[in-house]
Design a protein around this ligand. Structure first.
Ligand code: PXG
Length: 445
């Protein structure tokens, strides 16, 4: 219950239970943001903070882009809400059609959600429903990967592989297996881009198939580049092998592109970047450049057509799934404007052009204190630190706190610092990020 004291004290930080945050430490030492523009936040104390993380890997077009802001403002006044069950509004179709052209191959249909977690659970449910629709209803098993992050829904944490996100929450979904993760510092520390070692780890899927039989397996879901765990680019040839094995066994391949879609790698999608064609792609974040919550699940024509054919009479609902806010007008307007900005400002090409500079700059941190690995691909980067003995995660946490004091926003996961600047980043910003981070690493000890 909110106490009278709390309710009457707007500056009291207690009532907001912050997500994925050590609440007690934060509330004793708050980091509060007041506004944002372009590459920078402004803190409530007036300091300018360079955004090296695009918010939470989402603000790809930079903060408060005028064309996106205008589209949202206009939409709010014109059509605030329209149901997407049984009714719709034109921008939803316009956006879906745009996305169909943006994603490769026959990923021609978009199912709208409000977050990455919802996109993942939607993708898993579509995979199960599709297998059933084509008479393969025994295919119910789902396969994820160790250290994977697929959001926080029960589906997502079940196929996900980050221990803390799973261990508190009971038995999760049954019938889930995990592939091994692909990071092995003995083999691939300080690789630039995709490591040469590790493609054979995809063959573990054959072992899982041999254990359960392919007739029981619906889908494999992986992040093409594992993001949240601290940027693990896929070993050369790994995704290709995963595709070949899934195809051979009639198993769907789902790419979780919540981070990698919409330019992060210098292409519209990781599917395009790696030239590997999945059956389903889960997206969110960069779709609206983080301005309005929205996700989109891109689904192959084969899957969509099969679901339409399995639906019985024309008046039967084909998929019993959806959200009140699926295809919300504000989100659709924001997404259409964002995609326009990406195209007109050439932001995907810009990210691709900057990626070598980014790589060079980040790897310049190799000699700094406690750095045990540096990873990069596109405009994603990670600097892994040796943990303090007996206190895992603390060194990176202290680095994040100190960086904010020095005017730099970083993300951390365990003892890894993750970096993903908005795609409008300039070379001078990259130099600044690296310089500030080097100073932090020296000071934090
Ligand atoms: N899949 C992937 C691959 C993600 O990275 C989600 C699903 C879930 O998205 P939502 O919108 O439900 O949060 C994500 C989200 C971090 C960090 O610092 C990463 C995410 C979210 C917040 C922080 O690594 N990824």
């Amino acid at each position: 219950m909110l106490t009278r004291e709390l309710a009457s004290a707007p500056n009291n930080l207690e009532a907001f239970w912050m997500p994925f945050t050590p609440n007690r430490h934060f509330k004793a030492h708050p980091r509060l943001i007041a506004s944002a523009k372009g590459m920078h936040y402004t803190a409530t104390d007036g300091r300018s903070i360079l955004d090296a993380t695009a918010g939470l890997w989402c603000v790809n077009a930079g903060h408060a882009h005028p064309r996106i802001v205008a589209a949202i403002q206009h939409q709010a006044a014109e059509l605030d809400f329209a149901p997407a069950f049984q009714f719709a509004h034109p921008k939803a179709f316009e956006l879906a059609a745009r996305l169909a052209t943006l994603f490769p191959g026959d990923l021609d249909h978009a199912f709208f959600t409000n977050s990455g977690s919802e996109s993942v659970d939607t993708a898993l449910k579509i995979a199960l429903a599709y297998q059933r629709a084509i008479g393969q209803g025994t295919r119910t098993r789902l396969i994820g990967r160790e250290r994977g992050y697929h959001g926080v829904g029960f589906g997502g944490i079940s196929v996900g592989g980050m221990v803390k996100n799973r261990m508190w929450f009971g038995s999760l979904l049954t019938g889930v297996d995990h592939l091994p993760h692909t990071l092995d510092l003995e083999h691939n520390a300080f690789s630039r881009g995709q490591p040469a070692w590790g493609a054979h780890l995809a063959d573990e899927l054959e072992r899982i198939v041999a254990l359960h039989d392919a007739s029981n397996i619906a889908a494999v879901i992986v992040e093409p580049v594992a993001g949240s765990i601290g940027v693990y680019p896929p070993p050369k040839g790994y995704l290709e092998r995963l595709r070949a094995i899934t195809r051979k066994h009639g198993i769907l391949l789902i790419f979780d592109e919540v981070i990698t879609a919409y330019g992060r790698l210098g292409a519209a999608s990781a599917a395009e970047y790696f030239d590997v064609q999945p059956d389903i792609v889960a997206t969110a974040k960069g779709l609206t450049s983080g301005t309005v919550p929205m996700g989109a699940v891109m689904v192959s024509k084969t899957i969509y057509d099969a679901m339409m054919d399995a639906g019985g009479s024309e008046k039967t609902i084909e998929l019993f799934h959806g959200y009140t806010y699926s295809a919300h007008p504000l989100a659709c307007a924001a997404a259409l404007a964002t995609l326009e900005v990406y195209k007109e400002d050439g932001l995907f090409e810009r990210a691709a052009a900057l990626a070598p500079y980014w790589e060079e700059a980040l790897h310049g941190l190799a000699g700094e204190p406690n750095v045990i690995d540096i990873r990069n691909i596109g405009l994603m980067g990670a600097v892994e630190l040796a943990p303090r003995p007996g206190r895992p995660g603390e060194r990176a946490y202290d680095a994040m706190v100190l960086a904010f004091e020095k005017g730099l926003m970083l993300r951390i996961t365990g003892d890894t610092i993750a970096l993903s600047p908005p795609l409008i980043v300039e070379r001078e910003h990259i130099d600044q990020i690296v310089e500030l981070l080097a100073g932090v690493l020296r000071e934090v000890g």
